[in-house]
Design a protein around this ligand. Structure first.
Ligand SMILES: *[C@@H]1O[C@H](CO)[C@@H](O)[C@H](O)[C@H]1NC(C)=O
Ligand SMILES: *[C@@H]1O[C@H](CO)[C@@H](O)[C@H](O)[C@H]1NC(C)=O
Ligand SMILES: *[C@@H]1O[C@H](CO)[C@@H](O)[C@H](O)[C@H]1NC(C)=O
Ligand SMILES: *[C@@H]1O[C@H](CO)[C@@H](O)[C@H](O)[C@H]1NC(C)=O
Ligand SMILES: *[C@@H]1O[C@H](CO)[C@@H](O)[C@H](O)[C@H]1NC(C)=O
Ligand SMILES: *[C@@H]1O[C@H](CO)[C@@H](O)[C@H](O)[C@H]1NC(C)=O
Length: 403
């Protein structure tokens, strides 16, 4: 078989078949995997497009009435709206209202959106927004604006409930709040967990009863990017360009899922993910060394990942942005459907980290850098923000070349 690539170079592919004892297939289509176009099929069910976003979304929530919320962050410039609710396939409205989308001169930054990164639903019908507090025109090297960096909760009608401002001391080292998940039944009145995707990176837990915050794992290997990380999307390698200067993306801890009493996170500019008991993340009496020692490493997940989510059966979903795919891993032994390390399927209790097996749920060209996901009524909703096309990552934008 010959493939013409770019009309310049031709490539010949010779595939070979690896026989499994007793499994010699006859000649015919599919004898050699990779020799036929149909070998590159999608994996999993068909996807359905439910909304065409006006700009690249990062955050996503779906409420009990199936309303779809998206965030349009201001990391690469001003966006007219920071949080919207979809009102049709092409239509959207600022949410919870237009006035909150921009802070006005002199306004208390805790009362308006500076740069919301995600919106998520908790288990009691409240919507939470996490604001990084970095204005779109911030000076690189500066910390987030005090008051701007915060969590806000709303009811489904958009009524504001409560604001948790990140205390000033935790804004040090350019703390960049990116994602949030809430466990409403942990402690007296629940806890929120926030990833700090800055280069130094860290993880924050917020006591939703008294608003106290703890910052953990600051600048440790389990939150920092791989040195000189390079990713790949749609077959194109991705550097973080500064105009014509080569750069390496250093995004730290990013996506979050809560499952089986654990806090799961991924380091974006890496193919690593980790988990830790939520009880360890919220305990102020543990030393930083104790917290680091409690981190579990279940092996790599083969992809850069901007988002995670979980269902009510302890299955953690990993948005495998490098592979146009959604991966998953079962964290409850009752859901495991194969023998791993001699342990048969089924049973009970949590899966220990040495038996985590990451699998593919769906792979499809429609998934263009999945960033956030939520599960409702047996459907997984995800947004695709096409980050690979953005100014610093796309060579066609940076230098006017295709690849
Ligand atoms: C927010 O500010 C931007 C820039 O001034 C403006 O274009 C946009 O319309 C404003 N958004 C709202 C909802 O008022
Ligand atoms: C990491 O923290 C150090 C110390 O505060 C700071 O100098 C540095 O700028 C931070 N790194 C980045 C890339 O923000
Ligand atoms: C963070 O870790 C890096 C690499 O280990 C080190 O070079 C840097 O100084 C550390 N930054 C801070 C703020 O501790
Ligand atoms: C990009 O390059 C310019 C010119 O070399 C430099 O001044 C600037 O600090 C760089 N920006 C970043 C974010 O590294
Ligand atoms: C939330 O916290 C409760 C109380 O510790 C725990 O039983 C539960 O498993 C946690 N939820 C998740 C999804 O991890
Ligand atoms: C932390 O230690 C103090 C003093 O021993 C104790 O009163 C408190 O209950 C502990 N807190 C937690 C969350 O274990």
């Amino acid at each position: 078989m010959r493939l013409a690539i770019l009309g310049l170079i031709s490539t010949a592919v010779a595939s070979s078949y690896f026989p499994v004892t007793g499994d010699y297939r006859p000649f015919g289509p599919s004898y050699n995997h990779g020799a036929y176009p149909q070998d590159f099929s999608v994996v999993g069910p068909q996807l359905q497009a439910v909304h065409d976003s006006q700009t690249a979304p990062t955050g996503l929530a779906v409420d009990a009435e199936h309303n779809l919320y998206l965030t349009y962050p201001r990391n690469m410039g001003q966006t007219p709206n920071n949080v919207i609710v979809a009102t049709g396939f092409n239509d959207e409205q600022p949410w919870p209202n237009a006035a909150i989308q921009n802070c006005t001169d002199g306004q208390d930054l805790a009362t308006c959106f500076v740069n919301v990164q995600n919106v998520v639903l908790d288990s009691v019908g409240q919507l939470w927004v996490v604001d990084s507090g970095f204005p779109y025109d911030y000076e690189p090297g500066t910390d987030a604006l005090y008051g701007g960096s915060k969590l806000m909760s709303f009811d489904q009608s958009g009524n504001h409930l409560r604001t948790y401002v990140i205390p000033k001391q935790y804004l040090a080292h350019a703390m960049n709040a990116n994602d949030v998940r809430v466990n409403n039944t942990l402690g007296t009145n629940g806890y929120a967990f926030i990833t700090d995707e800055s280069t130094n990176s860290s993880i924050l837990s917020v006591n939703l009863d008294d608003g106290s915050v703890i910052r953990r794992l600051l600048n440790t290997s389990v939150v920092r990017a791989d040195e000189k990380y390079v990713g790949s999307y749609d077959g194109n390698l991705i550097y973080c360009w500064n105009k014509t200067e080569i750069g390496y993306c250093t995004t730290g801890a990013d996506g979050i899922a809560l499952a089986s009493g654990n806090f799961y996170w991924g380091v974006l500019a890496s193919r690593r993910y980790f988990f830790i008991p939520q009880s360890a993340m919220i305990d102020p009496n543990l030393s930083d060394d104790d917290v680091l020692a409690a981190v579990q490493d279940p092996g790599q997940c083969a992809s850069e990942q901007a988002g995670f989510t979980a269902d009510d059966k302890g299955r953690v979903y990993i948005l495998a942005s490098e592979h146009n795919a959604i991966y998953y891993v079962d964290t409850q032994q009752s859901e495991v459907d194969m023998t791993v390390n001699g342990v048969p399927p089924g049973g009970s209790g949590p899966v220990p980290p040495d038996r985590y097996v990451v699998k593919t749920l769906v792979r499809n060209g429609m998934i263009q850098h999945a960033d956030s996901a939520a599960i409702l009524d047996g459907w997984l909703y995800l947004n695709t923000n096409q980050l690979q096309l953005s100014a610093s990552r796309s060579l066609s934008v940076v230098q006017g070349v295709d690849r």
